[in-house]
Design a protein around this ligand. Structure first.
Ligand SMILES: [Fe+2]
Ligand SMILES: [Fe+2]
Length: 198
């Protein structure tokens, strides 16, 4: 990605996201780039995914629903349930579309990292795990154990990923919120595959 393209992303985020969400996006990008460097991945690609992961988070629930009604794709079997119980989850899927359409991102790993940063999926690539982890334990997050998980992620991406996934599901259950089938599928896949990387 050239400097100009990255500036375009910065400008877009500054114009559309609240200061808090903008700060979060920067922090996710910073941690994601650190993890990419530790794990010998393409730093620019991972940083771009980090910057863009919440690029659709300026929309209201109604706007998310409209956005997908116009396109009528992506969400498969659970679309209606997501719309009914947890429409904010749509921001990950909308983010992927914005990255593709507005910023012409073509790399499938980058797009998947944006799309799956909230719910995960089976057989995730390292870049997807990094964005999933960085979203939850970035430097702006107050999550208990965030610093320890950041350090763990530098040494063992899989362990850190599984810990974040566990914490996320525990939090949803503690709050009595709806558990999306996609995150259950992610959990089941990693448990049945012994938490291995692909
Ligand atoms: Fe998000
Ligand atoms: Fe986020």
């Amino acid at each position: 990605m050239c400097k100009n393209a990255e500036k375009q992303i910065f400008d877009y985020l500054s114009e559309n996201l609240s200061p808090k969400k903008l700060e979060h996006s920067y922090n996710v990008a910073i941690l994601a780039a650190e993890l990419a460097s530790k794990h010998n991945l393409d730093i620019v690609r991972v940083r771009t995914a980090g910057l863009l992961h919440d690029c659709a988070k300026f929309m209201t629930d109604e706007e998310f629903i409209d956005f997908f009604k116009k396109r009528d794709k992506t969400l498969k079997y659970f679309k209606k349930d997501v719309i009914k119980f947890s429409p904010h989850l749509l921001h990950s899927f909308a983010g992927e579309i914005i990255a593709k359409e507005k910023f012409k991102i073509k790399n499938r790993d980058t797009l998947n990292a944006i799309k799956n940063h909230t719910l995960g999926r089976k057989n995730m690539r390292a870049i997807e795990k990094i964005i999933f982890i960085a979203d939850c334990v970035s430097y702006d997050r107050k999550l208990e154990g965030a610093k320890r998980i950041r350090n763990l992620a530098k040494n063992d991406l899989n362990k850190a990923f599984f810990e974040v996934l566990t914490k996320k599901i525990e939090h949803i259950i503690d709050k009595g919120m709806w558990l999306c089938p996609q995150i259950i599928d992610t959990w089941n896949w990693y448990v049945s595959n012994n938490k291995k990387d692909n």
